[in-house]
Each structure stands twice: as structure tokens, then as C-alpha cells.
Design a protein around this ligand. Sequence first.
Ligand code: FAD
Length: 558
Amino acid sequence: MATYLIVGGVAGGAGVAARLRRRDEQAEIIIFERGEYISFANCGLPYYAGGVIENRSSLFMMTPELFKRVLNVEARVNSEVVSVDRAQKKVTVRNIKDGTTYVQAYDHLILSPGATPIRPPIPGIDLPSIMTLRSVSDIDRIKASIDRSETKRAMVIGGGFIGLEMAENLKHRGLEVSLVEALEQVMNVIDYDFAAQVQQHMRSKGVSLHLKNPIKGFSEKDGAVLVELKSGKVLETDLVILSIGVRPDTAFLKESGIVLSSTGAIVVDDYFTTNDPSIRALGDAICFTCPLTDHSITVPLAGPANKQARLLADALIDGNKKPYKGTIGTSIAKVFDLTVASTGLNEKTLAASKLPYKSAVIHSSSHAGYYPGSLPLSLKILFHPTTGKVWGAQAVGYDGVDKRIDVISAFIGMDGTVYDLAEFEHAYAPPFSSAKDPINMVGFIGMNALEGISNPIGWKEVDHLIEQGAVVLDIRSEAETMTGGRLPGSINIPHTALRERIAEIPRDKPIVTMCALGMRGYLAERILRGNGFTEVYNLTGGLRSYTTAKSELARLNQ
Ligand code: FAD
């Protein structure tokens, strides 16, 4: 009978234990969990703080008693593994309640200790009103603070998924909410033009944003927290949620001889095995090779941790037969009324990995515009300019964002190209989509680019082309130009009049066609190309993408 010891009893650890039991009725399986609870819904914590999840008990999927009864797995809570002796195949466990320690032997050790919130060593960081969020006890503390009648203001530091979810939920509780972010945008996993949409939505919901504004330090005054920014600005709040990222919770492994990366992540192979064949690891604490860049990455997300758990348990029972294919970081968040999701690589990671790419953007709608209830949906793909391989996608909208990103994630997982997106067959009726789904549409743009039919360019490239002497041909109607703003130096010829007025367009300069959303610009591009113009570009995403990003950049520089 094999003895499996598991460190960490939440997403990865509990998942491994359950699958192991289903595969081996005889094994001894023991989980050590430092906290008070096992198998709780970390992802639901922000919504419990906001009162959207009303019952605290809903956060718990399992208790140690239930684990024992249903799965015959022993889950020891308040039990911290403090060291690993690989030579003796033993761990030392500290009882958090009384401080005593004991030693437990294993045949196989499985590490799923997760990641811990980063707390940078800046002045005042240990003030009691500065809280991080990882566990149930963290959310209990945060909720108790929100519930105090003196707490009127809250500040979230960090504009990642958890930070934004917390901002929404704090607002939901009626607090005055501000968000401070060191980078120039929230949600660093998406590109600036899409993050800009999220920022505008957050402001419309009353969250004040302080972007590109790192924290210098904290202090206290008359019961309030003073937050000093590097810009010199000092903000006052009653509660701070520090959410600036996580790092693998692996300090207890430092002396173990288990190989860790420079960031402290446990290095594993395709079967989650560490440098010690008796020790495997999974979840937020591991690093592995990104299937798209070949770089080592950590992906702190629940979906991968849960799926890794199943594969890891099977590898322990069956041997190394089913290698892990890695994850491309597909993720999603609700930000007030918006849904924001992404998969694969974004422009920053592509540039940093020196991978060539082009982008295609559409501002479309969740389903056929003529059917009631259709809502705006923006979708962007990044793809290889010659092979068409899809690198990544992002979407922002109110409905149907998840399905678009999930489908593209599946295509990326199968090395899909823009041709696959163009041909993707979807279930269509007007309440659900359009006959040509937004996924098909971005695929068409990509295909046209690959085949030299069109040359889409992103909002960032336009200014550079103008500097180099390009002329922007604005083909919106005159009425649209009155209200929607204009690009400096652009010439306006409505696209319906383009053929008659084509002589007005200079033939010795590059031309950038531009409309409100990108579609009519493409039609104009085709007319110009059909009339002998050779260097023509179309602004993908149109003026909407350009002005959304530009107006946010202008705010930053105010
Ligand atoms: P965890 O689930 O964190 O479990 C690790 C456990 O190990 C912890 O309970 C810890 O106490 C314990 N532990 C650590 N060291 C020791 C030790 N030495 N001895 C004993 N026990 C130890 N992901 C998504 O995909 N979508 C979401 O919407 C989402 N929302 C989130 C919201 C919040 C507030 C948080 C905190 C996370 C969210 N995540 C989300 C991330 C997701 O929860 C993690 O990716 C996932 O839980 C990772 O699983 P894990 O097993 O690696 O770590």
C-alpha cells in the first residue's frame, strides 16, 4: 500500500487526493493544509466580500470530515509542512495551534502549496488596514473591516483580475473606491487598447483610477491610512487591499534540494515530476514550458491547477503516459457590467519573445444587431503574419465574451490558424450570434492580411505612418466626422463617394484608410487597391480603437 502525502488542500491538492482515491482504493492519502479549511472556493472570495455570495458556508466544497467519509482521505488542517527530508522520504509537520512538530514518511510526496500575495518591503506595509487576499481567514478580516461603519473608503492596489474583482465588490458594498496601479494600464494580460475600454467602464462606475502610479509608502493619521504615491500625491482611505501579484509559496522547500526557479517556482517536467522522482508538484507553485514561447512560465489559475491534479494522479498510478501540454493562460473576469477575457499571448509578450505578429480587431455585437438585446463586443486576435498561426486573443463586452475566447483558446491549443477561425462552424440563430460570428470576422481579417488582400494595422502604428508621410483617408460620412472627432491632417471622403472623388487622393504617399470601426475602411482599401494604389493600410478597429487608447494615454500625461 503506497502512502501519498499532499502539501496544500485546496485546488490542486484536494483534486489530486480525490483522483488518487478513485484510482487506488487501498492507498494511504494524507493532506496537510496550513490553513483552517480545505477545498474552499478561492475564486468566490471577492464575491463573498461584496455580499453577492451571501452565505459563508457556500465557499466550502468539502470539509475534512466529508473528505474522510466520502473519499477516505485524511485532511489535517492547521498543519504546516515546514521541511522535506528527501533522503529519508519524510516531511516535518508543524501543528499551527500548539506549535508542536512531528515527522511523517511518504512513498510519494505531492506539492500544491499555491502562491502567496506579494508584500513589498515599503514603509508602513504592516499597518493592520493593509490586507491581502488568499484565504478564507483573509476574506473574513476584509469583510469585518468593510462591515465597520467607520469604513467608508477602500483602495485597491493592483489592477489585475483579483484587484478589479475586489474593486467591483467593494463598490457593491457602497464604499468609495479607488484603484492604484504602477503600470500604465489595468489588466496587464490584455493590450492597452482593450484595457482602455475597461478603465473607462470602471470610471463610469465611480472607481477613481490612479494609473502609472507606484506606491511609495503608507502611514496612519486619525484612524485613516495615508497612501503616498511616487508621484508625490497622498491619498487617504480606510482600507487597503494589496493585490499586486503572487509568488510561489515555496520557502519551506529552500533546504530540500528540490530545484526551484529564480522566482521560487518548483521546476517540473511534463509529468509534474521534480528533480526527485518521488516528488511531484502542481498548481500556482510550479513553472513549466509555455507551449507558445518555449519560455518557463507560472500560471496561477484555478483551471490549470484542477486539470493538472487529474493528470498528476493518473501519472502516479499509470506511470508517465499522458504528458501535460501546458497552459496558455486563458482567463476571464467580470468587471461591473463588462466581461474581459484573454487567451494566449498579448502584444507585450510577443514583442518580448521577439515573435512576429499582426493584429485584427473588430467592434461587433454579441448577436445579430436586428434581434433585440444585442450588446457591443470587441474582439482582437494576434497572429503570425505569414503562417497565420493564432498567438492570442482578447475580448471585452457584455455578453458572449466567454464563448469567443474559449473557442479561440481551443484553436490555439490545436495550433490553429486564422483560416481555422474563418471557417469555424458555430451554432447560429439571431438571439445567439450572427451568421458570420465575430470569430469568423477576425479570421477573415487575418486571412485577408495573409493573402495580401488587405493590410490591417493597429492603432499604435498609425502615428508612425503619419510621421513618415502617410495620409489618413477618413471615409466616414460628414455627419460622423462632426461628432466622432478627426485625426489631424486626415482627408474626409465618405466611402459612398470614393469612386467619384478618387482623383483627390494622392498617389505618391502611403494611405491609411479609416472609418469608425474598421469595416468600411477595409472596403475603401479595396477600392483604392483596385484603382492602382499600392501602399494602402486599413486601421483595424477603426477610430474606436484609436481614440479609446489615445484618450487614456492623454489622461496619463495630464
Ligand atoms: P491553492 O488553491 O492556493 O492551495 C494551496 C494551499 O496550500 C493553501 O491553502 C495553503 O494554505 C497551503 N499551503 C501552502 N504551503 C503549505 C505548507 N507548507 N504546508 C501546508 N499547507 C500549505 N483562478 C481562476 O482561474 N479564476 C478565478 O476567478 C480566480 N479567482 C481567484 C480569486 C482569489 C481571491 C484568489 C486568491 C485566487 C483566484 N484564482 C482564480 C486563482 C486560483 O485560486 C489558484 O490558481 C488555485 O487555487 C491554485 O491552486 P493551488 O492548489 O496551486 O493553490
